[in-house]
Design a protein around this ligand. Structure first.
Ligand code: CDP
Length: 207
């Protein structure tokens, strides 16, 4: 596909949206932006610099200083970074500072995944999907993902982390996690990743 299309993919934690977005980007030859990595990057730097999470101005200064070349960033998917990312992502000023980066990134088309992509960042995206799955299924997916790097992980901790993050993301005042009205919701609890991809590709080809 040569068009500069924008595909927005939102959904709760560990729903598989990142994997879906990555595969779609390959299929449609578009760049992929995992917007969660932006928040995780700030979280990682805040932890490293021991910034108090109530210190909004220090966090904003940090956000200003970070150049968002996220291709350079390793995967920051651990419990502590996830939780801190979801805490700092409640600050509207931090979210605002990330808007331009995301829109610039997609200026020639992109697949972008996150929480507010179809609602706030790209309300006019060509295609919007909202990817969900049951909490148990999402826990299992994150468990399998994290188990590759560490033997000492606990399903209950993962479940609590995911659930707490979802609650924080859904209930925050600014850019909460929610399905855009015009997004197609896909419950992937019983679906394999390739089935999800098939469904979306067919949907997009139908126009
Ligand atoms: O991969 P997973 O779904 O677990 O998380 P993520 O997409 O990397 O996002 C980490 C955290 O960043 C989320 O829990 C949100 O609090 C925040 N986030 C956000 O507020 N807005 C986005 N567009 C993306 C992530």
């Amino acid at each position: 596909m040569d068009e500069k299309i924008i595909i927005a993919i939102d959904g709760p934690a560990a729903s598989g949206k990142g994997t879906v977005a990555r595969k779609l980007a390959k299929i449609f030859n578009l760049p992929h932006l995992d917007s969660g990595q932006l928040y995780r990057h700030i979280a990682y730097q805040a932890i490293k610099s021991e910034i108090n999470l109530n210190n909004k101005s220090a966090l904003l200064e940090l956000t200003n200083k970070i150049a968002f070349d996220i291709s350079e960033i390793e995967d920051l998917r651990n419990d502590e970074i996830s939780t801190v990312a979801s805490i700092i992502s409640q600050y509207s000023e931090i979210r605002e500072q990330l808007i331009e980066y995301q829109r610039d990134f997609a200026s020639n088309g992109a697949v972008v995944d996150g929480r507010d992509i179809g609602t706030i960042i790209f309300p006019n995206a060509d295609y919007k999907f909202y990817i969900t799955a049951s909490l148990d299924q999402r826990t299992e997916r994150r468990y399998l993902q994290l188990k590759k790097d560490s033997a000492e992980i606990d399903r209950n901790n993962i479940k609590n982390d995911i659930n707490n993050r979802d609650l924080r993301d859904i209930n925050r005042k600014i850019a909460p996690l929610k399905k855009a009205e015009d997004a197609i919701e896909i419950d992937t609890t019983e679906m394999k990743i390739d089935d999800v991809i098939d469904f979306i590709v067919k949907y997009i080809h139908k126009g």
